[in-house]
Design a protein around this ligand. Sequence first.
Ligand code: HEM
Ligand SMILES: *[C@@H]1O[C@H](CO)[C@@H](O)[C@H](O)[C@H]1NC(C)=O
Ligand SMILES: *[C@@H]1O[C@H](CO)[C@@H](O)[C@H](O)[C@H]1NC(C)=O
Ligand SMILES: *[C@@H]1O[C@H](CO)[C@@H](O)[C@H](O)[C@H]1NC(C)=O
Ligand SMILES: *[C@@H]1O[C@H](CO)[C@@H](O)[C@H](O)[C@H]1NC(C)=O
Ligand SMILES: *[C@@H]1O[C@H](CO)[C@@H](O)[C@H](O)[C@H]1NC(C)=O
Length: 267
Amino acid sequence: MITKSLLLPFCTVALAFVVKATDGSAPTIDWDAHQWMAPGPNDLRGPCPGLNTLANHGFLPRDGRDLDMSVILDAGFKGYNMQPDLLASAVKIAFLTTEDPFSFTLDDIKVHGNIEHDASLSRNDFALGDNVHFNETIFTTLANSNPGVDYYNTTSAGQVMHRRLADDEIANPNITNTDKEFSIRSGESAFYLSVMGDPITGVAPKKFVQIFFREERLPIAEGWHRPETPINQSTLVPLIIDIASASNWTSSGGCPVIVLGPDGSHF
Ligand code: HEM
Ligand SMILES: *[C@@H]1O[C@H](CO)[C@@H](O)[C@H](O)[C@H]1NC(C)=O
Ligand SMILES: *[C@@H]1O[C@H](CO)[C@@H](O)[C@H](O)[C@H]1NC(C)=O
Ligand SMILES: *[C@@H]1O[C@H](CO)[C@@H](O)[C@H](O)[C@H]1NC(C)=O
Ligand SMILES: *[C@@H]1O[C@H](CO)[C@@H](O)[C@H](O)[C@H]1NC(C)=O
Ligand SMILES: *[C@@H]1O[C@H](CO)[C@@H](O)[C@H](O)[C@H]1NC(C)=O
């Protein structure tokens, strides 16, 4: 088993993934060259709405193939103003989902138990069916959260995690829900608030978040723009702590395991 602290949100600050920070100043991005296009029949997509969206806008290869560290870090910076510290560890882990030592695809990363986990916000559990494609029924919990206002925030994100887990513990008695999955889920919730909203306050317009999940599109026409604040551990960890706290999480038992290969092998 790989050390579980690798993914614990409360430990992220202490993690020694030393990656040189990119210059936070706005790069010149030709947004006209990055229009949204639906994937074609031979293009690969996967369980991550963040990466699918980057591919749909051509920040990642539109065919969803030939992904590696530099391709992902470049796309995350250009599309979302994400700094490398956050993405680098996910890419390292994702590399375990393929036998190819040089690249992976958006489809490869669906391997259950690597990054992919149960109780997602917008996908079903692996054991219950389709863990790759967007599912509106699953997404209803997030879509309907924070009633009465037009934004999501760290409180609502934590409540959504709580509700998804409670529902899923009933739907999937074999659920895997250790602190590993909890850490990844908390980070993903902070991701959607940060890229679709304000990375400092963690407040994100509902309309933007819904387009991001449902259409895997940057809602530029609706008024979204690339976050001016560079998203990195300094912005993300405070959001993760608030989200995690609001989620009132408890483990469903078992030990954290990271699946190390496409065949499901692990220590
Ligand atoms: C570029 C910025 C990124 C953003 C904004 C982002 C955002 C998200 C969000 C919001 C989810 C939750 C989906 C859900 O629960 O239904 C997710 C899931 C996922 N992400 Fe990303 N992500 C990013 C980068 C990455 C990277 C670099 C990797 C690995 C190479 C990755 C792999 C995954 C996987 C495998 C899932 C599926 C987890 C599951 O729901 O079972 N993501 N991502
Ligand atoms: C979406 O998820 C629901 C709830 O698990 C399930 O009943 C439904 O079959 C799923 N839809 C698709 C298209 O997979
Ligand atoms: C999130 O929004 C709800 C509804 O406006 C509010 O009650 C709650 O205090 C907000 N949470 C934070 C952290 O501001
Ligand atoms: C849970 O796992 C057991 C043993 O592997 C299996 O027999 C059962 O069908 C699984 N249940 C679900 C809902 O996946
Ligand atoms: C995050 O970015 C801000 C602004 O560029 C910078 O001041 C801060 O040192 C960065 N934090 C980390 C952990 O890289
Ligand atoms: C938090 O979870 C515990 C254990 O499941 C439960 O007893 C408690 O009532 C929950 N609190 C809130 C505020 O949901």
